[in-house]
Ligand binder design. Structure first.
Ligand code: HSE
Length: 291
């Protein structure tokens, strides 16, 4: 028999919580896995067609790590994948593939590894815990990674929290967006982010959406990534004037994320604002309301 898993996309950082905060988003990828005579892949969906269809495929490699960890041998696999998560846009497509592969492979052999172990493995592969944590546990997560072990706490998203994403039609690699970051930051900027990340986490846990505007600001990564996504600085600075609780770069970008309060009906105004600013910088994008 085979298994099938469905894994959510994710947004990382939520502004100040660089490499710390993550939130699952209702866009999904599906992975089916079963033992086979010879390894074969079925990749559905346009953006998947470029991925390798042999044993170098990430999903196959990750599955073999699970089998090795569990001391089980399943050398040949039939793997089917479909994803509606846009690739290389800051929506955690690689994290969802890693989590899907880990989860499916573990399930296939009777789930000998627990979630905490899967999370450690996922984080080691992805190198930061925020996207994989959200994909694995769902909801909003705050995570700590010490280089070998990751700790995580899941928070239920506040019922009135709405998420709008604007997905530009260009790709931006995470490595390029990480190279833009400084090696050193000032104590003042570190405190700026620690205080806002703490406030944001507590506000989300307590359902205090009114505190999000003060909390969702960042000096550790977004200012240095602004030139990679033209229009972003203005969107981050002015989104609250258009009904958002705050805006952020989604993960390493280029997708932009705005949070809103369902009770305040900002709807179209906010969408139009995001699309207009991006269009002024020559960027075509599409918007989706999530949550
Ligand atoms: N926290 C990571 C970053 C997320 O901002 O580089 C990348 O998806």
């Amino acid at each position: 028999g085979g298994v099938r898993v469905k894994v959510p996309a994710s947004t990382a950082n939520l502004g100040p919580g660089f490499d710390t905060l993550g939130m699952a988003l209702p866009l999904y990828s599906w992975i089916e896995m079963k033992p086979a005579e010879t390894t074969v892949f079925h990749l559905y969906g346009g953006e998947m067609s470029g991925l390798p269809k042999d044993k170098s495929n990430l999903v196959y490699q990750v599955a073999q790590m699970v089998f090795a960890e569990a001391g089980v041998q399943v050398p040949e696999l039939e793997i089917s994948m479909y994803s509606e998560i846009p690739l290389t846009r800051g929506l955690g497509s690689s994290a969802s593939a890693i989590v899907g592969a880990l989860f499916a492979a573990n399930l296939l052999i009777g789930a000998p590894l627990d979630q905490a172990k899967l999370f450690d493995m996922a984080t080691a592969l992805e190198k930061h815990p925020d996207n994989v944590g959200a994909s694995l546990f769902g909801g909003i997560i705050t995570a700590v990674w010490d280089g070998s072990h990751a700790d995580v706490l899941r928070i239920d998203p506040p019922a009135d929290l709405e998420v709008l994403v604007a997905i530009p039609d260009f790709q931006l690699s995470t490595s390029k967006a990480r190279e833009a970051l400084p090696r050193q930051v000032s104590l003042q900027d570190a405190v700026y982010n620690v205080s806002r990340t703490s406030l944001l986490t507590a506000a989300l846990a307590a359902g205090r959406l009114d505190l999000i505007p003060a909390a969702m600001r960042d000096r550790l990564h977004q200012p240095f990534r602004a030139s990679l996504v033209p229009g972003m600085s203005r969107i981050l600075a002015e989104a609250t004037e258009h009904g958002a609780l705050g805006a952020a770069l989604s993960g390493a970008g280029p997708t932009l994320l705005a949070l809103a309060d369902r009770r305040q009906r900002t709807g179209q105004n906010l969408e139009v604002f995001l699309l207009d600013v991006l269009a002024e910088h020559g960027i075509r994008a599409r918007t989706i309301w999530l949550e």
